[in-house]
Design a protein around this ligand. Structure first.
Ligand code: 13P
Length: 308
């Protein structure tokens, strides 16, 4: 938090801990949010891990320190709990790029296709899909679909291209991507790699295919955390919140962000002040309509069935 003294940050954190106890909330935070917010969370992880942890907790109320699409996942897996978002407008631009109508049009053109949807997408899109996938299991999910079946893959076409490259399958896609990852060109990634020749370059599959091909590993955020647990010299090609988290956890390791421009503006709306406000006012509650919840849960269940 720029311009805020250490003492003020400590006071904010103490206030949040006391509000959290008073109102009995379980706080989940995504790997990308500010590390001060990660510090006050009961659990920090990727979107699905966060939602599952909240479901495992005894707390009847959950505060999601992340963007709307991840709040929807939390609500989906915690239908009987009160689920609050920290910020009313923080959302994912990728998730909103493809509207449901565009997907329905694709489904009309390819009525027999499986529709594989990335978990970090709007609930309405997931409800239109037949199988959910995550950045960690997207390749495995597509590999499990019979060869003769057409596949519509939404919404991130960079993940789709990586899956095509890994599986040799042809996917039907829409043209959308995450601006945080897509902005990194091959030239920029190659320059950073050349600057740190004995470092491993890890990138998220939301990066361009040519950047993924250049990387030593293409990993989800939770896989990157596991990798850094075991290695000392790493370039991190994803949102800088993950780099900040790992640098704080491992000050002795040599970690480098692939680019300091890899910042998700919506994730950065999740501040300590907003967390305190949400807890004090017990807002902004998130709800899923019954049909959307039922369909997106069934798409998620197909993923778990495939993974066994
Ligand atoms: P993970 O599922 O790897 O945490 O991805 C989060 C994300 O939104 C990447 O931009």
């Amino acid at each position: 938090m720029y311009g805020t003294s250490k003492a003020e940050i400590t006071r904010s954190k103490e206030k949040i801990i006391s509000l959290k106890r008073e109102h009995n909330y379980f706080i989940i935070a995504h790997n990308y949010v500010d590390t001060d917010v990660q510090d006050i969370a009961d659990y920090v992880g990727d979107s699905l891990q966060m939602a599952l942890k909240a479901a495992d907790s005894d707390a009847e109320k959950v505060l999601v320190a992340s963007i709307k699409i991840m709040g929807e996942s939390a609500k989906l897996l915690n239908p009987d709990k009160k689920v609050l978002m920290v910020h009313p407008y923080a959302d994912c631009r990728l998730a909103n790029l493809n509207n449901v109508e565009e997907l329905r049009e694709l489904k009309r053109k390819h009525p027999a296709a499986e529709v594989v949807c990335y978990v970090n997408s709007a609930a309405e899109l997931r409800a239109e899909s037949t199988i959910t996938c995550t950045s960690a299991n997207c390749v495995k999910i597509v590999q499990a679909i019979p060869e003769d079946k057409q596949i519509i893959f939404i919404p991130d076409s960079n993940i789709g291209k990586w899956v095509e490259y890994q599986t040799g399958r042809k996917l039907i896609m829409l043209d959308s991507n995450c601006y945080v990852h897509h902005q990194i060109s091959f030239v920029e990634a190659n320059q950073t790699k050349a600057q740190f020749p004995d470092f491993s370059l890890l990138v998220h599959p939301e990066c361009r295919l040519e950047v993924c091909k250049l990387a030593d590993e293409v990993l989800s955020t939770s896989q990157m955390i596991n990798y850094v647990n075991e290695h000392d010299k790493v370039i991190l090609g994803t949102e800088t919140g993950l780099y900040d988290q790992l640098r704080k956890r491992y000050p002795q390791k040599l970690l480098v962000p692939l680019s300091s421009r890899m910042v998700c503006e919506d994730m950065k709306l999740i501040s300590l002040d907003m967390v305190a406000k949400a807890l004090a006012e017990e807002q902004y509650e998130i709800n899923l309509d019954g049909e959307t919840g039922k369909k997106s849960l069934s798409s998620l269940q197909r993923m778990w069935e495939i993974l066994g």
